[in-house]
Design a protein around this ligand. Sequence first.
Ligand code: MN
Ligand code: MN
Length: 320
Amino acid sequence: MYKYEGYSDPIQRPRYTGVPTFLRAPYEEALDNVDIGLVGVPFDGGVTNRPGARHGPREIRNQSSLMRRMHQSSGISPHDLARVADVGDAWVQSPFHLESSLDEIAAFFTRLNEASVTPLSAGGDHSITLPILRAITKTGPVGMVHFDAHCDTGDDYLGSKFHHGAPFRRAVEEGLLDPERTIQIGIRGSVNEPDIWKFSHDSGMRVIYMEEFYELGVKRVIDEARRVVGIGPTYISFDVDGLDPVYAPGTGTPEVGGFSSMEAQFMIRGLKGLNLIGGDVVEVAPPFDPSGNTALVGATMMFEILCVLADAWDQRQREA
Ligand code: MN
Ligand code: MN
């Protein structure tokens, strides 16, 4: 059928062709033949300021056409290690109702979890990570490597317990997240109260503000992340506003003075070998991203996470 043999593989076909799926993986709504599911969560009902992240998955899918099969630095070829598929969107039927929306998202991820599909998601605002954790932590709280300008451990805001600035306080309260196995990297920005991230500190999370990031450098931040999460199951949550807005301006809550996209890539690569059980890239807001670069950066971080996730998945199969 194909004149060029490699074209039977959708990832080898010309990248400007076809329907854009995440990282050019096959689209599979049935979960029987999927090990790692790439999921869009087009929901931004938890945004406290500038909305738009609901458009993230579609633009990340588009920009992710630029990704190829194999990781240049680690040599990992995720599509050869695991059956990776775009499993569609966890779209929400009643997006004007925040709490039921989170329940709907949790239900979608519970279906994946019951089919033993490891999720790698594209948001959506950061409120989506709470229902994902609700679905995938059935055997107890998990650790987390969290890249962000914000700790997202705030309390109620404008009368709501749930919003994109609070998912990790709720996750600890609900017993989904082990704060002592959680590290938050890239924290910065002006605040209205000096102890806005008190919950992170009091609960025992390791918080790396940008000042410390700059002092330590990437290698020692990686060492610290590995020490904090240890060998237990660990989730990666990547908020693109952790990046300096020079690299990722298209986001709802940009904060100047963040890490670079290269530093982020090196940090994610440094998580290879951990017991990784899922991840997400959130807060890409295409209305603020006219060049498309933030979506490209988001897609690239997804590929970086996919590589270490597929490697961890493969490792678990070997040990089983
Ligand atoms: Mn966040
Ligand atoms: Mn943030």
